[in-house]
Design a protein around this ligand. Structure first.
Ligand code: IPM
Ligand code: MN
Length: 355
């Protein structure tokens, strides 16, 4: 098969972790006889520095013409510390999500047997955790009207959801639940927010169409608690944009390290595969960041964008083997840590030796 991908490395540790994922992707293509071609595009703070736009039109066109997008991370402290900046790297990411119509963000939360003792939770709570968070990605408070009053002393952000947006993401949640353990948890704040009441109303309408799926409605504060109290109770969780952002950061640490969780964003145009962690600017250029979330995002790319399941599986196998061999970066290994690039080399070696 011919794989034609866009690579957006972004800022901070983005280029380093992307490079490892590309090495592994190339090794997989060599193993399975696929032809990989890729092109880099500018995105984030580096794109602002170079062309004044965090998601330049040229990058958008590249994404539109590609079969999949592999994305690192964006963000730079010089913007985080300047609330008055008018152009921000994050606008690039949000712009890309909107323009590519990526309304569904899939974030699998899976515990890794070799990392059980790295979890802040007790082993019996975290062993066997396996749920999928389906986060709505192009609506809600991230995209509603926002602003300040003229005197600057009052600010607002609006959370808007339409029936159509809610229905399509809930439908996806149900479809994943059908393929898994047939339980869907719809997370909202229906005791306070009108937009959440619409989510719940539509969820109640749709539930009877999926009689094999157990539908559970849960308030977001309760869900935050349950993720640490009993994470194994979840199968598929579906929620709106900002709740999903917060809950998946919480969920990522229970599996041992934030550097482990991949994601896939899908919708109308080309799908995007990216780690859920940020650009970790303190570690940029030091060759210490954990590349596994990005490598696992490449696994999701093979599976979701190309339907190449064996290829994705071999990447997961390589990652599991590296963890079992304790060939890990410092977030997991402390004193005996390996470099980002060494972990990438180890994975390439594992994949290449497979016959
Ligand atoms: C994420 C990130 C983004 C988000 C930021 C960088 C805008 O935290 O992908 O989870 O909030 O969606
Ligand atoms: Mn986030």
């Amino acid at each position: 098969m011919k794989l034609n991908i866009a690579v957006l490395a972004g800022d901070g540790i983005g280029p380093e972790v992307i490079y490892q994922a590309l090495k592994v992707t190339q090794a997989i293509c060599d193993q399975f006889g696929h032809e990989l071609s890729y092109e880099h595009g500018l995105m984030g703070a580096c794109a602002i520095d170079e062309v004044g736009d965090p998601y330049p039109e040229a990058t958008h066109e590249l994404c539109m013409q590609s079969d999949a997008v592999l994305f690192g991370a964006i963000g730079d402290p010089k913007y985080d510390n300047n609330p008055k900046a008018t152009v921000r790297p994050e606008q690039g990411l949000l712009g890309m999500r909107k323009k590519l119509g990526l309304y569904a963000n899939l974030r699998p939360v899976v515990s890794f047997p070799s990392l059980i003792d790295k979890s802040p939770l007790r082993t019996d709570l975290v062993d066997g955790v396996d749920f999928m968070c389906v986060r709505e990605l192009t609506g809600g408070i991230y995209f509603g009207e926002r602003g300040r009053t003229d005197d600057g002393n009052s600010a607002f952000d609006t959370c808007v959801y339409t029936r159509e947006e809610i229905e399509r993401i809930l439908k996806l949640g149900y479809e994943y639940a059908m393929k898994r353990r047939k339980k869907l948890t719809i997370v909202d704040k229906a005791n306070v927010l009108e937009s959440s009441r619409l989510w719940r109303e539509i969820g109640q309408e749709m539930a009877p169409q999926y009689p094999d799926v157990e539908t559970e409605f849960m308030l977001v504060d309760n869900a935050a608690m349950r993720i640490i109290q009993w994470p194994k109770s979840f199968d598929v969780m579906v929620t709106e944009n900002m709740f999903g952002d917060i809950l998946t950061d919480e969920a990522s640490v229970i599996t041992g390290s934030m550097g482990m969780l991949p994601s896939a964003s899908m919708g109308v145009h080309t799908s995007v595969f990216e780690p859920i962690h940020g650009s970790y600017p303190q570690a940029a250029g030091k060759d210490i960041a954990n590349p596994l979330a990005t490598v696992l995002s490449a696994a999701m790319m093979f599976e979701y964008a190309f339907d190449l399941m064996d290829e994705g599986k071999l990447i997961r196998e390589a990652v599991d083997a590296s963890l079992a061999a304790e060939y890990c970066t410092e977030d997991l290994s402390g004193d005996n840590a390996y470099k980002t690039s060494e972990v990438g080399d180890w994975l390439v070696d594992y994949v290449s030796k497979k016959s």
